[in-house]
Write a protein that binds this ligand. Structure first.
Ligand code: SDX
Length: 424
């Protein structure tokens, strides 16, 4: 793969390093040989570090491009659906009709969780944050499948995929029901993936519940838009956990933990709280100024991205979906949506945001749709985790399906050098 070389002159030495080109994106310099030269690279936050080779998702941040196995996210959001995207991310190609049918039916046969898993919820307070519960119960799934935990076996890897894709909506809905003090609703195999999730969230044993097809379609699109995103913080966490040989349930629990932070998946919850705090379009300038003030920790949530220095293509699709859903639900003049659109307009006209290339990201509009669907703000990041499960699994699967080493970064040490313990 090395058809080019980089030359490094350091400490009076000249070192040649291989340079590799991918099918798209920046070339990479293979720095693995530096340790033999007594050198490390230094890249806190991994701003310019390619930690792995992958063929799943490609992002061009300057052009606002996002491809899953080569297919643009805009086309997948318009023409595909979440389960088809799950198949694509795992296997690398879109399924035939027969493959899709088999995949959907297999997922349907794994939507229930072990009855004993229900007891885990009773240990939590009713007001526990649902992400805290998800960290626990998803990791606990590994306690129920001793018969298929040999992940050197492709069949065991595949059954884990089906269990995770199928059970995440069930567990997510259980978190919500537990917080409401309502009984858990069993999944229904006559419903599609998104409809089944809304049913488990909002149905009760007391009466028949009809899923709103507009909301079901919007939820499926939200799942698709959140499915995968290259080597983001939570996916990198899953890869690092998996590099020690940990099982996929534990790895994905670590991804859920990483996603929870407000700088990452927790931003969708933070956006809604911010829009509610702004409360009125008149107050937008006050918050824009706070976001620009270096002495104020406040940031415009849902804005900015490590990779996108142009529009996040998902935010564009999300904004269009938001508009469609609110109109179809008869709340086109939703005040928070109006504040969000005004905030976006003012921010994008402000030189601070233009200079720093800060645009709306995937989290800026998603919460408005989720709120319109009746989903509480505390559940927003759980929805993100549900959808991202396929991305986390696909990257774990890609890594463990070939040769890999345990991830073990080094450091720039600036602490005390050796010193004697004082004589007493
Ligand atoms: C997701 O990585 C992924 O792919 C993530 C994700 C995925 O699908 O997995 O896309 C999902 O996590 C989206 C991002 C959600 N987070 C937010 O919306 C929180 C608000 N955004 C920021 O915290 C920030 O933009 C990050 C965390 C998203 C990116 O952080 P970086 O790349 O480390 O950038 P930075 O913090 O160094 O900011 C660069 C500059 C700074 O100013 P200077 O120090 O250069 O003067 O831009 C400023 C920041 O102060 N800045 C902001 C800002 N984001 C960056 N200023 C005000 N408001 C903001 N939102």
């Amino acid at each position: 793969m090395a058809d080019k070389k980089a030359t490094l002159s350091v400490n009076g030495k000249t070192i040649e390093l291989p340079v590799y080109s991918g099918t798209a994106g920046p070339d990479v310099i293979d720095v693995r040989g530096l340790v033999q030269e007594g050198l490390f690279t230094y890249d806190p936050g991994f701003v310019s570090t390619a930690a792995c080779e992958s063929q799943i998702t490609y992002i061009d941040g300057s052009k606002g491009i996002l491809l899953h196995r080569g297919y643009p996210i805009e086309q997948l959001a318009e023409k595909s659906d979440y389960l088809e995207v799950c198949y694509l991310l795992i296997y690398g190609e879109l399924p035939t009709a027969a493959q899709a049918e088999k995949f959907r039916n297999t997922v349907k046969n794994h939507t229930m969780v072990h009855e004993q898993l229900n007891h885990f919820f009773n240990g939590f307070r009713r007001d526990a944050h649902p992400m805290a519960i998800m960290c626990g119960v998803v990791g606990a799934l590994s306690a129920f499948y001793h018969d298929t935990m040999d992940f050197s076996d492709e069949l065991h890897r595949e059954i884990a995929a089906f269990r995770l894709i199928a059970k995440m909506p069930t567990l997510a809905a259980m978190c919500y029901k537990y917080s409401m003090g309502q009984p858990f609703m069993y999944p229904r195999n006559d419903l599609d993936y998104a409809s089944n999730f809304l049913y488990m969230m909002f149905a009760t044993p007391c009466e028949n519940y009809q899923v709103n097809p507009v909301l079901a379609r919007a939820m499926d699109r939200i799942f698709t838009l959140h499915a995968d995103h290259e080597q983001n913080a939570s996916t990198s966490t899953v890869r690092l956990a998996g590099s020690s040989g940990a099982n996929p349930f534990a790895c994905i629990a670590s991804g859920i933990a990483a996603l929870w932070g407000p700088a990452h998946g927790g931003a969708n919850e933070a956006v809604l709280n911010m829009l509610m705090e702004i409360g009125d379009e008149e107050r937008i300038p006050e918050f824009i100024e706070r976001a620009k003030d270096k002495n104020d920790p406040f940031r415009l949530m849902g804005f900015g991205h490590r990779v996108y220095k142009n529009f996040d293509p998902r935010a564009k699709v999300m904004k269009k979906t938001c508009d469609e859903v609110l109109s179809e639900l008869g709340c086109a003049d939703d005040p928070l949506f109006r504040i969000a659109m005004k905030l976006e307009q003012i921010a994008l006209e402000d030189p601070y945001f233009a200079e720093k290339k800060l645009y709306p990201n995937v989290d800026f509009y998603s919460g408005i749709i989720l709120r319109a669907a009746g989903i509480p703000v505390s559940m927003f990041t759980v929805i993100f985790a549900m959808a991202r499960t396929i991305g986390w699994f696909s990257h774990w699967h890609e890594m463990v399906s070939g040769p890999y080493r345990i991830g073990r970064p080094r450091q720039l040490y600036t602490g005390h050098t050796s010193r004697e313990y004082p004589q007493k």
